[in-house]
Write a protein that binds this ligand. Sequence first.
Ligand code: AFP
Length: 324
Amino acid sequence: MRRISPVLQQDGVDPDLISLLKTILAACREIAFRVSQGELAGVLGSTLAENVQGETQKKLDVIANELLKEVILETGVVKAISSEEEDTIVPGNPRGRFLVTFDPLDGSSNTDINSLIGTIFSILPADANKEADDASQFLQAGTAQLAAGYVLYGPSTMLALTTGKGTRLYTLDKTYGGFLLTEEHATIPKYTAEFAINMSNQRYWQPAMQRYIADLLQGKEGPRGKNYNMRWIAAMVGDVHRVLCRGGIFAYPRDMKDPTKPDKLRLMYEANPMSFLVEQAGGASSTGYERIMDIVPTDIHQRVAVILGSKHEVETCVGYHKTN
Ligand code: AFP
């Protein structure tokens, strides 16, 4: 099996970007070890702090964030980073060529139940005409991403990565300590009979999503003419990995449970990198009203509704939103 560097070199990826990606993956290997140690390393449970999202920070959230922030800024090729766990951007080398935005530990509420969690990252070009501490340089549409990926800390530690030439899957070989290519062309089937959504929010959804899911639940006797299965991991990284492996539709739609926060998932370090991976694997990703990767952000922590996965199923769901 091929190691990641020659694969990226063969794809013609910029050597500085390859070096940055390998640095991020080195940090993820350390996070994978800490996660696997769990209570033995005293890393479970919560801190007394809250992040900018108003969420209680898990110990592993803080450990993962500090680790990634340190190694990424040490590379010298990064102008600034943005993180779910950082209120504002953290400037790096003023002459850095890249911006990195990441969710250090997605699904962190799963840490205490030994369930799936992961690290999600997105790499954008830096703006030579802006200062390193100018947050506006991050406000680029998802189509500007140079690379995007996640590391899934599961029974095996897996990496999904795209640089715009398809989506590849790698598995961490813990003997030699590197990621080996295990799926050269991840491909999402166009059709599916599996959906992932948090059904407990059903009464808060918009009518279009309520109608779409109601039709799925009617199964063979209903308008869709087939039975659907449901999964919900409560960690986007786990649900998206399943979609990349066998298809499906994942949705965290707009809901009015908290009218001040109608959308839950963050555009820059969750929706955009996942949308890049999914589209490069032949899938689709929408808010229900527009392609997620076309959205020009207005804030580094902006939230957005997400409907992604098997192309035909996403297009069908978007169709319900057109007739709303
Ligand atoms: P945490 O990182 O706070 O666990 O949130 C994970 C997440 O942002 C995303 O990864 C999941 O798909 C979604 O939230 C789960 O949300 P619910 O807990 O409302 O189902």
